[in-house]
Design a protein around this ligand. Structure first.
Ligand code: FES
Length: 156
């Protein structure tokens, strides 16, 4: 069994909140990824069993959303928004300086697997440009020094 008992109980709790079991598939995938780091084929097979669907139906959802991963990932995911409002406030230069700071070319991960750096289109926080998403948190009104400090503070 790959999915832990604790995560299984959380999935059961999520299922109880939906009129149809399948409605809880997205929260269940979030829970599995938080537990296992990514959604492996084994996890997908176990989720499929829980939801009484085919493993491919789980993987279709995993591959549709860019916040889900089917293979091992860097510990932290950092996305700098490079859409127009953020670009006008310097996000492209910010991204390039963060690339130099980390020694990676976005999209790409540091050699130690600590940080994946990428860019994304509008993340809906244009009023606070430039901004970046670090895992599930938004960091706004950034300058290069502030952004570097945030990256340096991320644990291994
Ligand atoms: S353009 Fe960057 S958050 Fe909207």
């Amino acid at each position: 069994m790959v999915i832990s008992d604790e995560t299984r109980s959380k999935i059961e709790e999520a299922i109880s909140k939906y009129p149809q079991k399948r409605g809880a598939l997205l929260p269940a995938i979030h829970l599995v990824q938080a537990d296992c780091g990514h959604v492996s084929k084994e996890c997908a097979a176990e989720l499929a069993e829980i939801f009484e669907i085919l493993p491919i139906q789980v993987m279709e959802v995993v591959s549709f959303y860019n916040m889900f991963f089917d293979s091992p990932q860097a510990k932290h995911h950092v996305y700098v928004c490079t859409n127009l409002p953020c670009s006008l406030r310097g996000s492209r230069s910010l991204l390039s300086q963060l690339e130099s700071h980390l020694g990676v070319t976005a999209p790409g991960a540091t050699e130690d697997g600590r940080i994946f750096l990428g860019h994304e289109e509008c993340l809906g926080a244009c009023g606070y440009a430039p901004m970046m998403r670090v895992d599930d948190e938004y960091h706004e009104d950034l300058d290069v020094e502030k952004a570097k400090q945030i990256l340096d503070s991320l644990g291994k």
